[in-house]
Ligand binder design. Structure first.
Ligand code: PLP
Length: 382
């Protein structure tokens, strides 16, 4: 069966959940799974070739983030990068065992913090947030003994963007380290790590055309972290285990393929705003969630008042429009989105949430069709 036939008419607007692997990334990875299958730690030529490919991939990633190659660690994805950054930095630099974060973070961050609280007696201060998910009390939440701040750049459900460069600067004034989950920001927001000033930054390959199970943690020189996985000492001892050369090459290739953020972000943000306007015209009950301006270019998220987000998702799927009813991890569960609850949305309303997430390839026609499909779907339930 030709899979292309099945997906020909599909309008896929769930790129924040995952993206298709770019053919170039797969092609670049292929030799490292087949003819050039050597272990990068082996002394023979086959191993040496893999080691060279791995280091070339590392250099490409380093260039993208404007850091040194020694500051790049390949991981198995966003979840591992978040855990390694948060648990690794906290255990290596305990100071006052105090961490500042927000309840709108991804589960990968929240669960790592929960582990530190339960198993290592860390205290977590949760930031106060406004109705858009913006931080209200950053300076007062910091303490002279704060170990670490973990705050994402762009929220995966509501798209709200934090001013990480400013917040990092404030955190550094009290000597705290700063980790940012940049999983949803790649390709949409400038991720020059020197400009951001962060000590650690996590990304996940499958959000921008690399395979699932590929990720990177940028850890600045000087920021010491305890490894989570112990063994042969690969990745400078930070992440033992034979390196996944193919996925490292794929993630580096996918990063290289991204268009410069400045023009691209503005172009897609315009498409997104037209889409938001159209949805609000056609579905008067639709209320935008997240900040209207400080939001990632690719995310348009709404609550629908009185109509279950999950039911609308299924109805949209019947019309070949693929979206999410919140975060992918919460899909299928009746639990309201923890992000919406954290910004004060009532449980009942939170259960009506729906998220459209765009790609660079998304067209105005696709968005127009999606807005009309949404209007028809919602109308079915009223
Ligand atoms: N952080 C954010 C903001 C995410 O959106 C995701 C994935 O949805 C993750 C972390 C986890 O990344 P991965 O799926 O690569 O483990």
């Amino acid at each position: 069966m030709n899979l292309d036939m099945i997906y020909l008419d599909m309008i896929y607007l769930d790129h924040a959940a995952t993206t298709p692997v770019k053919p170039e990334a797969l092609q670049a990875a292929w030799p490292w799974l087949t003819s050039d299958f050597g272990n990068p730690s082996s002394s023979h030529e086959l191993g040496h070739r893999s080691a060279v490919a791995l280091e070339q991939a590392r250099a490409t990633v380093a260039k993208f983030f404007n850091v040194r190659a020694s500051e790049v660690t390949f991981t198995s994805g966003g979840t591992e990068s978040d855990n390694l950054a948060i648990i690794g930095l906290a255990l290596a630099n305990p100071r006052g065992k105090h961490i500042v974060s927000a309840r709108t973070e991804h589960e990968a961050v929240l669960s790592a913090l929960d582990f530190l609280e339960r198993m290592h007696d860390f205290e977590i201060s949760w930031l106060e947030l406004d109705e858009f998910g913006q931080v209200l009390n950053f300076e007062t939440a910091l303490r002279p003994d704060t170990t670490l701040v973990s705050l994402m750049i762009a929220n995966n459900e509501i798209g709200t963007v934090h001013d990480i460069a400013h917040l990092t600067n404030e955190a550094h004034k009290v000597g705290a380290l700063f980790h940012t989950d940049a999983v949803q920001a790649v390709g949409w927001i400038d991720l020059d790590v020197k400009k951001l000033g962060v000590d650690a930054l996590s990304i996940s390959g499958h959000k921008f055309g690399a395979p699932k199970g590929s990720g990177v943690l940028i850890l600045r020189a000087g920021a010491k972290a305890e490894p989570l996985i112990h063994g042969g000492g690969q990745e400078s001892g930070l992440r033992s285990g034979t390196e996944n050369v193919a996925w490292a090459v794929a993630i580096a290739t996918a990063l290289e393929l991204l268009a410069p953020v400045d023009e691209e972000a503005q172009r897609v943000a315009r498409l997104r705003d037209e889409f938001i306007q159209k949805v609000q015209q056609l579905v008067p009950s639709a209320k935008l969630t997240g900040h209207p301006i400080n939001r990632s270019p690719n995310i348009a998220s709404f609550t629908l008042q009185g109509v279950s987000g999950e039911a609308v998702l299924l109805e949209l799927e019947r019309k070949n429009v693929i979206v999410s009813s919140g975060s992918a991890c919460a899909a299928g569960s009746d639990e309201p989105s923890h992000v919406l609850v954290a910004i004060g949305v009532e449980t009942e309303i939170a259960q009506t949430a729906i998220r459209f997430s765009l790609a660079h390839e998304t067209t105005a026609d696709q968005l127009d069709a999606a807005a009309h499909a949404l209007a028809e779907s919602v109308a079915n339930f009223i």
